[in-house]
Design a protein around this ligand. Structure first.
Ligand SMILES: [Zn+2]
Length: 432
C-alpha cells in the first residue's frame, strides 16, 4: 500500500514535466556507428527522448529551440570505470587509499562524490559505471540522489561493495583484519561469493565487481563461473578486475562481461575475448600520468606507459570490444575529476585508435557493456536525449572532446555556452 501511494504521488507531481517538447538545430550530428557527420540536423525531443531527427524537419513557430547550428552534436560520453566516492591525494604511493575507510566516513566520501559526479557531467559524461570503493554503499546513495534530482550527475550503474578473496585489495595485518570492510566483501568460498552477490543485489547494486588476482591465491575458473552464473540468473553482469595473464584468462573463460585493467593479456586470451564478446576496460592513462604509477621514476614510467599502450594496441588490432574507463581516483593540481578523466583519451591516439573508433569506444560500446544500448550510445529516435556539443568536429580532431560546450541528459540542459546551468530545484520527488 505504501508503494502504491508513493507511485500515485510520483505520477501526480510528474505531470507538469510531461508533454514538454524541445527542438535543437544542430550544425552537424556525429553518427558514431558509421563514423560520419550528418550535416544540418534538426532534433525534436519529447520529455527525455529523441522523438524525431532529420535535415528537413520543420520547427513550429513559437517552439522552444536550442541553437547549436554552429556546433557538432554527439551522444553523451560513457565512463565505464570510475569511483565517485574515492578521492585520494596524488602521492608516491597508494598509502592514502589503504586508509581512506579509516579516516573518512561513507557520508564524507559520498559528498566528495557529489562534486565528482557534477564534474564528470560537466565534461560530457552522461553515463558512468561506478566500480566501487565507495565506503558502505555510498555509490548507491549517489545514484539515488542523482535519479531524484537532488544533485546533478550522470546516469549511474553501481557495484556496491567489491567481492574479493581475503584482504580485498589491502595489505592487512593480523590485529586488524576488519579494516578490509566496508571497502570489500571478503569471499573465499563459493558459498561466501554467493552471499556477497546476494547482499549487493539486495541493497540495489546494478552489477557485481570481483577482484580476481591481486594476491597469489586467485579465484579459479570454477569460482568465477559459479559467480557469473549466479549473477546472470539475477539478470545482470560481472566486471572482473584482473592484472595477471592467468587472472585474465580465468575471467574470460568464466564469462566476465568485462576485464578491468588487464595489464597482462596474451594473444590467445585476446582471441577468446573476441569470440565471447568480452569487453576490455583498459583504464589506460596518459603518458604524463605514468609517473604516478611508477614512483616518479622517469625511465620506469616510460617503460610502463609503453607496455600499456602496446597491450591496448594489440587488443584494438585483434578486434576486442573496448569501452572507455579512466579509473581516476586521485586529485591532481589544475584538474577536476571530469577534466582529468577526459584527458585520458590521449592514450588511445598513442595506441593507433582512429578518432571514429575512439568515439565508438566512448559511446556505443559503453552503452552495450552497460546493457543500455536501447537508451543510450547514439543520437537516434527513441533514445534518451543525452547530447553533448562542441565547437568543432571530434571525428577530425578528438582533442575537441576536451572542451565540451553543451551537455543535455534525458532532455534536461546542464551546460550551455560552456557554462554549467543546473540550479537547485524547488521541488524534489518523494523517495519511494
Ligand atoms: Zn578502479
Amino acid at each position: 500500500m505504501h508503494r502504491l501511494i508513493a507511485l500515485l504521488f510520483t505520477l501526480v507531481i510528474s505531470v507538469p514535466a510531461l508533454g514538454q517538447t524541445t527542438w535543437i538545430r544542430a550544425g552537424g550530428v556525429v553518427d558514431v556507428e558509421s563514423g560520419t557527420l550528418l550535416e544540418n540536423q534538426v532534433i525534436r525531443i519529447d520529455d527525455e527522448r529523441i522523438s524525431a531527427m532529420g535535415a528537413d524537419l520543420q520547427i513550429p513557430r513559437g517552439a522552444e529551440v536550442i541553437d547549436l547550428s554552429s556546433s557538432v552534436v554527439m551522444p553523451g560520453l560513457i565512463e565505464a570505470h570510475t569511483h565517485l566516492a574515492l578521492s585520494t591525494q596524488q602521492r608516491r604511493d597508494f598509502g592514502r587509499f589503504f586508509i581512506t575507510n579509516v579516516i573518512e566516513t561513507t557520508g564524507y566520501r559520498a559528498i566528495q562524490g557529489v562534486t565528482n559526479a557534477r564534474s564528470l557531467l560537466e565534461h560530457g559524461f552522461t553515463s558512468i559505471r561506478d566500480l566501487g570503493n565507495s565506503g558502505n554503499y555510498g555509490d548507491l546513495d549517489l545514484k539515488h540522489a542523482i535519479e531524484h534530482g537532488w544533485i546533478p550527475g550522470p546516469d549511474m550503474q553501481t557495484v556496491g561493495r567489491i567481492i574479493a578473496p581475503f584482504g580485498g585489495q589491502f595489505q592487512l595485518q593480523p590485529e586488524h583484519p576488519e579494516l578490509v570492510a566496508p571497502e570489500y566483501l571478503v569471499a573465499d568460498t563459493q558459498d561466501e561469493i554467493l552471499k556477497g552477490i546476494h547482499q549487493n543485489l539486495h541493497y540495489g547494486a546494478d552489477l557485481i565487481k570481483i577482484v580476481v588476482d591481486d594476491f597469489a591465491y586467485q579465484y579459479t575458473v570454477d569460482d568465477l563461473r559459479f559467480a557469473v552464473e549466479a549473477v546472470n540468473r539475477a539478470g545482470t553482469k560481472v566486471a572482473m578486475h584482473v592484472t595477471t595473464f592467468q587472472g585474465a584468462r580465468n575471467a574470460v573463460e568464466a564469462g566476465a562481461a568485462s576485464l578491468e585493467h588487464a595489464w597482462q593479456l596474451d594473444d590467445a586470451t585476446l582471441e577468446l575475448m573476441v569470440q565471447q564478446g568480452t569487453f576490455l576496460v583498459g583504464t589506460d592513462f596518459p603518458s604524463y600520468y605514468a609517473g604516478y604509477f611508477a614512483g616518479y621514476d622517469e625511465s620506469l614510467a616510460q617503460k610502463l606507459y609503453d607496455e600499456r599502450i602496446e597491450r591496448l594496441r594489440r587488443a584494438y588490432e585483434a578486434g576486442v570490444q573496448i569501452a572507455f574507463g579512466a579509473d581516476v581516483t586521485d586529485q591532481k593540481d589544475g584538474y577536476t575529476r571530469g577534466s582529468l578523466t577526459i584527458s585520458f583519451i590521449s592514450s588511445f591516439a598513442d595506441a593507433g585508435v582512429t578518432p571514429a573508433d575512439l568515439l565508438r569506444i566512448m559511446t556505443i560500446n559503453g552503452a552495450r557493456l552497460m546493457g543500455w544500448e536501447d537508451d543510450k550510445g547514439t543520437v537516434a529516435v527513441g533514445k534518451h536525449a543525452d547530447l553533448i556539443a562542441f565547437d568543432g568536429n571530434p571525428l577530425e580532431d578528438p582533442d575537441i572532446l576536451l572542451n565540451v560546450d553543451f551537455v543535455m541528459k534525458r532532455g534536461d540542459v546542464y551546460k550551455q555556452d560552456g557554462r554549467f546551468v543546473w540550479e537547485v530545484p524547488s521541488v524534489i520527488e518523494a523517495t519511494e
